[in-house]
Design a protein around this ligand. Structure first.
Ligand code: ADP
Ligand code: MN
Ligand code: MN
Ligand code: MN
Length: 335
């Protein structure tokens, strides 16, 4: 018997969560198109009224499930009962997917103690030392929850996800993983499956994953981002600053359209402090971690051939929507 975990995004606003359930089949050809459609009760996920509750699950991407024997994780799009994409289905809104667009998402998150409602590493009733000692740290007083992070890295690799690295982040209990993929759908599928795997490992340890972009509010602690590094042939081969300026300038008139899909509550995070640019400004600069868009110094050193980093998307953003919006803006550039 083979287990298929059908995974989808629910209808909660402004931030959708992962849902899943297990389907047993006798055999599998190994081909996506042979995975059957399935259905679920949309009235329990804010995706349908109780009177006509059926929503459909359409498999769109799968990997081996590294945590179960003879099992797969199956990312699904949600369709309404008539077979049309459900309004909650961000993946279906990707109009102009393009594998010439490469994405490297840096997913930050907090490992969170549900009992104290604080990050791992925060003592009962108080605060640990201020930020400084935690980023890329080692040691019991600095890095909290490493076994979870390591296990996550291993299962991502085993599942065949394109995870490129992990690091401890600036706040106590805060971590990051990076995933690289070509095309908006592929990048989104991989990030969502990696998020799913992290949630499931958290269950094992009684630790929750806090995806909020500013879980410690206005205190002097970093928020969580999901920096979107991106390139297309134009950026990878440009060879001069003029083209980079043109691409960056294309983002200026559509700040609102980008912020709309860069994750809930981003005004709490994009303050101009903690390595962010203010949500009210738009800026770009070489090596500038206080800019909206950073031009990595390596891109300049290679003679203006490389990629850009949009630092504004936050940890809870939907990568399908972020990638789709970036493709749209970059494609609007006439060269
Ligand atoms: P930092 O923390 O310094 O911002 P990271 O090393 O965490 O940078 O992340 C850099 C990301 O950039 C990686 O996910 C990597 O895949 C991505 N990247 C590198 N080159 C390209 C490229 N040409 N196009 C898109 N993404 C890229
Ligand atoms: Mn990083
Ligand atoms: Mn980071
Ligand atoms: Mn970054």
């Amino acid at each position: 018997m083979i287990k298929f975990e059908y995974i989808w995004l629910d209808g909660y606003q402004p931030t959708q969560s992962l849902r899943s359930k297990t389907k047993i089949e006798k055999s599998f050809s190994g081909k996506l198109e042979d995975l059957p459609m399935w259905s679920f009760d949309g009235s329990s996920t804010r995706q349908a009224p109780g009177g006509s509750s059926d929503c459909l699950l359409k498999p769109v991407f799968f990997v081996k499930d590294p945590q179960r024997k003879d099992a797969y994780l199956v990312m699904c799009e949600v369709l309404d009962a008539s077979g049309k994409p459900h309004p909650s289905n961000g993946r279906a809104t990707i109009e102009d997917d393009d594998n010439d667009f490469w994405f490297g998402f840096e997913q930050e998150y907090f490992l969170w103690n549900p009992a104290s409602n604080k990050p791992l590493g925060f003592p009962d009733g108080g605060y640990p030392n201020p930020q400084g000692q935690y980023y890329c740290s080692v040691g019991t007083n600095n890095a909290f929850g490493r076994e979870i992070v390591e296990e996550h890295l291993d299962v991502c690799i085993e599942a065949g996800l394109n995870v490129e690295g992990i690091n401890a982040e600036v706040a106590a209990g805060q971590w990051e993983f990076q995933i690289f993929a070509k095309g908006a759908k592929e990048a989104g599928d991989q990030i969502w499956i990696a998020r799913y795997l992290l949630e499931r490992i958290g269950e094992k340890y009684g630790v929750s994953i806090n995806w909020h972009c500013k879980p410690l509010g206005t205190l002097d602690w970093n928020g969580s981002g999901m920096h979107a590094n991106f390139s297309n042939t134009l950026l990878r081969t440009a060879g001069n600053k003029v083209i980079y300026d043109k691409v960056c300038e294309a983002f200026r008139p559509v700040v609102k359209e980008h912020i709309d899909v860069y994750g809930a509550d981003n005004h709490l995070r994009l303050t101009g402090l903690h390595e962010t640019a203010s949500i009210h400004d738009f800026s770009y600069g070489v090596s500038d971690r206080g800019a909206s868009i950073r031009i990595p110094v390596a891109t300049v050193e290679r003679g203006w051939k490389g990629y850009l980093e949009d630092r504004r998307p936050n940890s809870a953003a939907d990568p399908y929507k972020v990638a789709a919006r970036i493709i749209k803006t970059v494609k609007s550039v006439a060269v």
